[in-house]
Write a protein that binds this ligand. Structure first.
Ligand SMILES: [Zn+2]
Length: 238
């Protein structure tokens, strides 16, 4: 056994990247929540102490993430005893999303590729492994947004979460959550280009194939879905 610390290699580490700061992870998580609409424009964030406690990070880490998102324009701040951080308005969020995508343009194709692989694998596995419980959940969600679940964005998240769960592989499920956090289109961005009824209809063959246990049809339906879902990322950057 060696008695000295091993010196870390220096210089270009190739694909091995340096560990990110804890605040980067908090920032990424909050950005994903904002892009996905779970934190909506105008929502007030928990204060620094509560945010740190909820995420299991230190207060300085939570503060760094909040400061950074404020500097980037995702959050607005109000000073004073009733002060705190609020999610910025829809137009600011859209603008920042476009800028964020611009600066990550070189990664975009890799992210879209990765998402396609993960989602196609999820569709295939879900068709093979779905339980009666999964089928019941998927059939209910497959009907589209309802009176008690009116938000299209929330419905879409819930449906894809249910599909990912039906694949019964936690690593696959986690990969899907990570890549969706990176690629989410902010609320309201694509509504005018992609009517809700059309979006809901796009998911019907996918849900039906998974419930029927038809792997080939599930993969085919997810392929069609992914091609459609990639569009806003490409057109949004034009
Ligand atoms: Zn979808």
């Amino acid at each position: 056994m060696q008695t000295h610390w091993k010196k870390l290699p220096s210089g270009d580490l190739g694909v091995v990247t340096a560990p990110v700061r804890a605040s980067d992870n908090v920032e990424r998580l909050l950005r994903a929540l904002i892009f996905s609409g779970r934190l909506a424009p105008g929502d007030k964030l928990p204060n620094e102490r509560d945010l740190a406690a909820q995420l299991g990070v230190s207060r300085p880490t939570a503060r760094l993430a909040l400061n950074s998102l404020h500097a980037l324009g995702y959050l607005v701040v109000k000073i004073g005893s009733k002060g705190g951080y609020w999610v910025a308005d829809v137009d600011s969020i859209k603008q920042h999303w476009k800028e964020w995508m611009e600066t990550h343009r070189d990664q975009l194709e890799e992210m879209l590729d990765f998402r396609r692989w993960v989602e196609l694998e999820i569709a295939a596995r879900a068709a093979e492994r779905r339980t009666a419980e999964d089928v019941a959940a998927l059939e209910e969600l497959g009907r589209g947004p309802t009176a008690d679940r009116p938000s299209y964005v929330q419905w879409h998240i819930d449906l894809h979460d249910a599909i990912a769960r039906a694949a019964h592989n936690r690593y696959l499920e986690q990969s899907a959550a990570v890549i969706r956090g990176e690629l989410f289109v902010p609320v309201g961005f694509s509504v005018t280009r992609f009517p809700v009824e059309e979006a809901v209809a796009l998911h019907r063959p996918l849900v039906a194939a998974i419930c029927a246990g038809d792997r080939a049809a599930a993969v085919e339906a997810m392929t069609v879905h992914m091609a459609r879902l990639d569009e806003p990322f490409r057109s949004g950057l034009e």
